[in-house]
Write a protein that binds this ligand. Structure first.
Ligand SMILES: [Zn+2]
Length: 224
């Protein structure tokens, strides 16, 4: 096993990555330990992450975020307080992407398999489902234990792409309910207006797994 040099993080195995299951009345059989499954998943994700956008956002941490407006302070404090799902909304250019990236960078630091994907990129991936270069992004979106989707609601989503977006969000919602994985979303639309651009069934699930946080202020980009 890959883990022999390490101690088991969960104290379940002897560091070998194997545990023995003994069903009632049955014979013992070996099973992969939780620590081994996680380490395989993490290695696979490290490869996939090269395809994602977090590498361009490494500087967008909580420490480098400079709130300049009351709602920015509040958003910062709320997001900083706990790792969970957020729906971050407000006008363009007030630092939503920075805050979203900060939650992802924190989660990565906590060894949570995490990724940030911009929604236009995600939609392109879903539209071209199954094409070779889209597989990594789609896998990340489905399997990350923390997914941040930046800038939803910018484009109207219809047809096949909308169905595939529903499947993704529905899957993440079910996993949120069963084992507390998290998904965050940012948008310039308040949640009640999001259903003007996407299926209300998708909006319901997003609202069901995200705490709503409003962020306002002068645009960072036009300030200079
Ligand atoms: Zn173990």
């Amino acid at each position: 096993m890959t883990n022999t040099e390490n101690k088991c993080k969960y104290g379940l195995c002897d560091g070998s990555g194997w545990v023995w299951e003994k069903p009632v009345g049955g014979r013992e059989y070996p099973q992969f330990c939780k620590c081994h499954i996680e380490s395989v998943k993490r290695k696979r994700f490290e490869k996939l992450l090269k395809e994602s956008q977090i590498n361009d956002m490494r500087h967008m941490t909580f420490e480098s975020y400079k709130p300049q407006h009351q709602t920015q302070w509040r958003a910062y404090e709320q997001l900083h307080a706990a790792h969970k799902g957020y729906y971050l909304f407000g006008p363009y250019g007030v630092g939503k992407t920075h805050l979203m990236a900060a939650t992802v960078i924190r989660a990565i630091g906590q060894e949570i398999v995490s990724v940030i994907i911009t929604v236009p990129k995600l939609l392109d991936t879903l539209r071209r489902y199954g094409e070779k270069d889209t597989v990594a992004i789609e896998t990340l979106a489905y399997e990350a234990d923390y997914l941040a989707l930046d800038d939803i609601g910018k484009h109207k989503v219809t047809g096949w792409t909308e169905e595939r977006l529903f499947m993704l969000i529905d899957e993440r919602y079910k996993k949120f309910v069963s084992r507390k994985i998290h998904t965050s979303v940012s948008s310039n639309l308040p949640p009640e207006q999001l259903s003007n651009t996407i299926d209300p069934a998708i909006v319901d699930r997003i609202r069901g797994m995200c705490a709503e946080v409003f962020v306002d202020g002068k645009s960072y980009r036009t300030k200079a």
